[in-house]
Design a protein around this ligand. Structure first.
Ligand code: GN1
Ligand code: MG
Length: 364
């Protein structure tokens, strides 16, 4: 028996375990899909303790989130089309997690049937669905008091802090390749960009709300039959934050058709049609509670989040790849280059993106 089979057997999954296989492409946690003899599929995950110091907080947040969303559903406050969120299974001891002998933290989540993820957006309807789903998610949680949620990853989107850490690390290192020279110069030229959202937060131009925290395309589930986006998964980083983090992260993932690890970095660019489709549908779902100031910072967020992720990959490369999983040397440097190319493409389209934002804001 493998460790993950042993662990799967500790949860009450309503049947005997038939198989446990690795699943998905996450860069942080270890994910498996379990199949039971009743044909049920369950997602089994070992949370990366190096990243999440207090995984218990993730589970508490999940419970708060589920209670809140279920209350919304039972009072019919939202329209007929609902997002499904994965449920949690309890262990035979009645807990929603298990700690193994090596302190590994495991949980089992419902698999949402008849759905798939997309490797990339191939038609505009998919982009519209992403915009809808993110907007609906924010609409569902916008009236949840953010102080009821733990910070599962303190400073997760604190770009000035990532910049400070990069500065410390890079001061000890001479850029000895063309790639590193490009990256160091790219960051130097954008020191002013890093604090833009943190400053807006401090000055109360932007308010703290519950956010998802990890809105890349892989975390949207699409119904296989209808093509509708029916779920947003990977709820580990649901915590208090700025909705701008989620919008920037979603667009940097969805509107870059080359993906996060393309063979040809030259293929990386920001797709304006996808940006338009996502924003329009997102803003239609969130119009009742977003403010003028929220709209004013959208372009900055779209530009900042790929820059921030590039910084995170670059620093991890310099520090020896402790954070993001890699399967070859130099992979995090390559990932950083991709995000910087994307940032540059966004900057090159600044005018068009600002026009898209202005045209997508619903008229009141
Ligand atoms: C990580 O583990 P995964 O793949 O869901 C990271 C995100 C990055 C993403 C880039 C907790 O997400 O912030 O945007 O990689 N998650 C964490 O692929 O750091
Ligand atoms: Mg994640």
């Amino acid at each position: 028996m493998t460790l993950e089979q042993d662990i799967a057997a500790c949860f009450d999954l309503g049947g005997r375990i038939q198989s446990v296989r690795p699943y998905g492409h996450g860069l942080i946690n270890d994910t498996f899909v379990v199949i039971t003899d009743t044909g049920r599929r369950v997602i089994l995950q070992r949370i990366n303790r190096h990243v999440f110091a207090n995984p218990e907080c993730i589970m508490e947040n999940l419970r708060v989130l589920m209670d809140h969303v279920n209350r919304h559903l039972s009072t019919g406050q939202t329209a007929a089309r609902e997002l499904k969120l994965p449920g949690m299974f309890l262990s035979h001891a009645g807990k929603d997690f298990i700690i193994d002998a090596q302190s590994g933290f495991w949980r089992a989540l419902g698999y949402i049937e008849n759905t798939r993820t997309l490797e990339k957006i191939t038609d505009m309807r998919q982009a519209e669905e992403v915009g809808f789903a993110l907007g609906r998610f924010h609409a569902l949680v916008h009236d949840l008091d953010p102080t009821r949620l733990h910070q599962t990853l303190p400073g997760f989107h604190d770009a000035p802090n990532y910049l400070a850490r990069f500065t410390l690390t890079s001061n000890r290192k001479t850029p000895d390749s063309a790639e590193l020279k490009y990256c160091f110069a790219f960051v130097e030229a954008r020191r002013n960009l890093a604090p833009i959202l943190e400053t807006a937060k401090r000055e109360r131009n932007l308010v703290i709300r519950p956010i998802h925290g990890d809105t890349k395309l892989d975390n949207f589930l699409f119904d296989i039959t209808t093509g509708q986006a029916v779920s947003l998964i990977d709820l580990d980083t649901v915590q208090p934050g700025l909705i701008h983090f989620d919008i920037g992260d979603c667009l940097r993932s969805c509107a870059n058709l080359a993906g996060e690890s393309p063979a040809d970095i030259g293929a990386v660019r920001f797709d304006l049609d996808i940006c338009r489709a996502i924003l329009r549908h997102y803003l239609a779902e969130t119009r009742s509670f977003l403010t003028q100031l929220d709209y004013e910072y959208l372009y900055d967020a779209i530009r900042l989040i790929p820059f921030e992720l590039g910084l995170r990959f670059l620093t991890d490369h310099l520090e020896g790849n402790h954070y993001f999983k890699t399967d070859r040397p130099g992979q995090n440097l390559h990932r950083a280059m991709v995000q910087f190319r994307l940032t540059a493409s966004i900057e090159g389209h600044a005018k068009e993106i600002k026009t898209i934002v202005a045209d997508s804001v619903p008229v009141t």
